[in-house]
Design a protein around this ligand. Structure first.
Ligand code: 7TS
Length: 410
């Protein structure tokens, strides 16, 4: 096993990771899949913005307004480069992944889909990539086909091919599962979708923060992700879409900034990306998302990914040592840094609560993936997830904590 960088060095960049919990135990943060911690540089960027340049964007010509607009637009360019988008005009700021997917479902979906059309979803989606499509389907009468998850926690691609034979209009799929950690073969799935004339919408909430993502190389149509899972603040996310698709879509929300001109009974739509950015956006947060991109680029996304691969391989090895413990999903080589597990005879919430006494933060529940849990006949799992700031030592503390859980429950 090789360590790509010293996670303990990286940890020092994150103020929250220095704190104690329960008075005197150091925090072991293993809940990045829910939200990541933020490095000092991102926090300083937010504070600097609100202390110095706070103004609305695209409106004023005074110094502060110009600084705010320049910062907001330069972050857009950085984010575009981070995912190899052909143009910054294709980067739409949203509140988060959820809003980005709702934007596609409501704008692209309502403009392009008709009653009786089919769409393909998967059994491993987060609710954010299920419910917006279910709402649209109920509203306009779509048929939904589901790609099931096989016993190894991977998508059944033979069923995918059968669904494609029915010529769906859209395939909506996660790049990486937030429960099983499964990394889906998006590039191949995109090629197949396009051969059948379908558009492919990728929920990249768990991939963009953890690995190099090149939207052109993946050959996809829409990609959604959130700043708060990639060292950035809450309140801002991104929808990337191919220019010609975005350009042909009607606005999602109406109001300021998304118009070129307004008449009493009509309006002219603004150009991309502003067409989809109605109202005052999360300006400081968007600028700080740019700082998060700078931070991650400084470490190198290849390094982040390889580090997480090392940590998750080690974690799986150690977890599987524990009698009565089951880890769900594929082998380490096919997953990112996520491990959802159950322990015989102990409710996942109890696992989380006992680990918390020793400062170990893991999430318990259905992780907004109820259908996936049902597929395994589970109502909940405990989940430990890893990022660039987690070390082998964190995994050892988790394992020690789990032995303690076993002891408590006899
Ligand atoms: N898609 C995936 C794959 C996710 O993991 C999440 C959040 C979302 C979409 C929604 O992101 P949001 O920023 O719009 O809320 N996942 C989790 C989780 O696993 N635990 O808490 C949030």
């Amino acid at each position: 096993m090789t360590i790509r960088f010293d996670a303990n060095e990286i940890k020092r960049d994150f103020p929250a990771l220095q704190r104690m919990v329960n008075e005197d135990v150091p925090l072991v943060y293993l809940d990045t899949t829910a939200t990541s911690q933020k490095p000092k540089k991102v926090l300083e960027c937010l504070s600097y913005y609100y202390s110095n340049s706070n103004a609305n964007v695209h409106r004023g010509i005074h110094t502060l307004a110009e600084e705010a607009t320049a910062g907001y637009e330069s972050a857009r360019t950085k984010i575009g480069e981070f995912i190899s988008a052909p143009s910054a005009k294709e980067i739409i700021y949203t509140r988060n992944t959820t809003e980005a997917i709702n934007l596609v479902a409501n704008s692209w979906g309502r403009a392009n889909l008709r009653s009786g059309d089919r769409i393909v979803l998967t059994e491993m989606e987060h609710h954010s990539n299920l419910v917006p499509w279910q709402m649209l389907a109920a509203s306009i009468g779509l048929e939904i086909d589901i790609i099931p998850v096989d016993d190894n926690g991977c998508l059944d691609l033979e069923v995918y091919e059968k669904h494609l034979d029915k010529n769906p209009k859209a395939v909506c799929v996660t790049h990486m599962s937030n429960v099983l950690g499964t990394l889906n073969p998006i590039k191949e799935m995109a090629t197949q979708a396009h051969e059948h004339g379908a558009v492919i919408v990728v929920d990249a909430a768990q991939s963009v923060p953890h690995m190099p993502v090149d939207v052109q190389d993946l050959g996809v149509d829409f990609v959604a992700f959130s700043a708060h899972k990639m060292c950035g603040p809450t309140g801002v996310g991104v929808l990337w879409g191919r220019y010609e698709l975005l350009d042909g879509m009607p606005p999602f929300l109406g109001g300021g900034d998304m118009i070129k001109r307004v008449y009493l009974r009509d309006f002219d739509t603004n150009e991309l990306p502003y067409k989809f950015e109605a109202g005052t956006p999360a300006i400081g947060e968007a600028i700080a998302m740019g700082a998060a991109v700078d931070y991650l680029k400084g470490v190198g996304m290849e390094n982040v990914w390889e580090h997480e691969q090392d940590i998750v391989s080690y974690a799986m090895e150690r977890l599987e040592e524990i009698p009565g413990l089951t880890v769900y999903g594929p082998e380490a080589e096919k997953r990112g840094g996520v491990t959802a597990f159950t322990l015989d005879g102990v409710h996942p919430h109890d696992i989380s609560q006992i680990l918390d006494v020793d400062g170990i933060a893991v999430r318990a529940g259905h992780h907004c993936a109820m259908p996936l849990h049902e597929r395994y006949s589970l109502v909940a799992t405990a989940r430990a997830s890893f990022y660039l700031y987690n070390s082998y030592d964190d995994v050892d503390k988790l394992i020690k904590g789990l032995y303690k859980v076993k002891q408590v429950f006899g």
